[in-house]
Design a protein around this ligand. Structure first.
Ligand SMILES: [Zn+2]
Length: 100
């Protein structure tokens, strides 16, 4: 006896297609909160969002470390925050710290 599963297969195919499209939307929604996501800027070049590759970045203050000050950015596409890898001049940073 041969069972015809063509209806079920067709239904599963329809489900799988919409499931993949839905999952893609969820992925982009959660992208800013994925801390260990691969750095997209490596493939897309500099001046792009490392999270999504978007080019619309807004300067949003500074990030300070023990060795320097870095421009902070927020991506207008995905909302993720990151900072420049290039430090402002260290001397300027140290001078500002001494003078307040
Ligand atoms: Zn982004």
């Amino acid at each position: 006896m041969i069972v015809d599963y063509s209806d079920q297969i067709e239904e599963m195919e329809k489900y799988n297609v919409q499931d993949v499209l839905l999952l893609e939307k969820v992925y982009y929604k959660l992208l800013p909160w994925i801390n260990n996501h691969p750095n997209v800027a490596i493939y897309k070049g500099s001046n792009v969002c490392p999270t999504c590759g978007g080019t619309s970045l807004q300067r949003r203050g500074w990030a300070y470390t023990g060795l320097g000050k870095y421009q902070r950015f927020q991506c207008n596409t995905c909302g993720a925050w990151h900072r420049s890898q290039k430090s402002e001049k260290l001397e300027e940073h140290l001078t500002k710290d001494k003078n307040g």
